[in-house]
Design a protein around this ligand. Structure first.
Ligand code: ZN
Length: 294
């Protein structure tokens, strides 16, 4: 089935919450989580509101982005200790120009269920976000080794083309999970026309989601919901609930849940999302709390 098919218009909606990112600061919005405790707290609130996936970055003592696996593991464990089975997606993005390729590969060894794979380079605001061909090979091989499902992040159509090459080479395997990031300065503009074009490039059966940056977040999310796709929200991509009013992660998720109800898209639970994305059915809460798989 091609990713745009009528059957998907009433299918379950996967909501991802990108809680903090690598650049946002409390000075911009006090609800931006920085410490592992704050990140885990925001993750649990987003999950209770309806998010099936939380996309994590972690920060150091100064609030600057880091790829430290120890901090990722701590955030993960706090989420599980709170009893949440939300799917954890660890970013391998680092910060453009701030982290080395080796540092970015490190969290994959924690074997998160999902990790981001930024599928090409681009200008990123005033920075350059480098994802070289060698890095894409190393990252996709590392994810295969640790059984991590890549979230294939595409900022423009060339990135989808890179992904198709990795698929041909056997380095990305189905079911595919694409995240279109639209509205970064240097990537594709955040328009419905661009989104339709990107979706048309996908291989049959691929699952896809969109995150629009800033004020594009909600309208592009609505377009994706109407096209049978999935949606990412959260403070990494957008700090505002509406013009002049700061948001929380929980508020942004709750709004999507309400809209999904109005248009007849049931919100996917983490368990349903695991089924769709081919993730392990093992209960991660029980595993972390030492009572073994259930
Ligand atoms: Zn991110």
């Amino acid at each position: 089935m091609h990713p745009i098919e009528p059957a998907s218009l009433s299918g379950p909606l996967i909501i991802s919450a990108a809680l903090t990112g690598s650049w946002t600061a409390k000075s911009q919005n006090p609800a931006v989580p920085i410490t592992e405790e704050e990140i885990a707290g925001a993750a649990v609130e987003a999950w209770k509101a309806g998010a099936a996936i939380v996309h994590l970055h972690v920060r150091d003592e100064q609030g600057k982005v880091t790829c430290d696996p120890g901090r990722y593991a701590k955030a993960r464990d706090l989420i599980r200790l709170a009893g949440s089975d939300v799917i954890i997606n660890m970013s391998t993005g680092g910060g453009a120009g701030q982290t080395t390729d080796e540092e970015r590969l490190a969290p994959v060894a924690l074997a998160p269920e999902l990790a981001s794979l930024d599928c090409g380079s681009l200008n990123f605001g005033s920075q350059v976000f480098v994802n070289s061909p060698d890095f894409l090979l190393a990252l996709s091989r590392r994810m295969l080794k640790h059984g991590v499902r890549p979230e294939i992040e595409c900022f423009e159509p060339g990135h989808v083309w890179n992904a198709l090459r990795l698929i041909d080479d056997g380095l990305l395997r189905p079911p595919y999970w694409f995240q279109f990031v639209l509205g970064v300065r240097g990537g594709s503009p955040p328009t419905v026309k661009q989104l339709v074009h990107l979706v048309e490039l996908l291989p049959p059966g691929a699952h896809w989601s969109v995150c629009g940056i800033g004020r594009a977040q909600l309208p592009l999310g609505l377009a994706a919901m109407a096209m049978g796709g999935h949606v990412r929200t959260g403070l990494e991509d957008n700090l505002y609930y509406r013009k002049g009013e700061l948001a929380t992660n929980e508020q942004l998720v709750a709004r999507l849940v309400r809209i999904a109800g109005e248009i007849g898209r049931p919100v996917a639970t983490p368990a349903e999302t695991r089924g769709m994305l081919g993730l392990s059915a093992r209960n991660p809460v029980a595993a972390t709390q030492g009572s073994g798989p259930s």
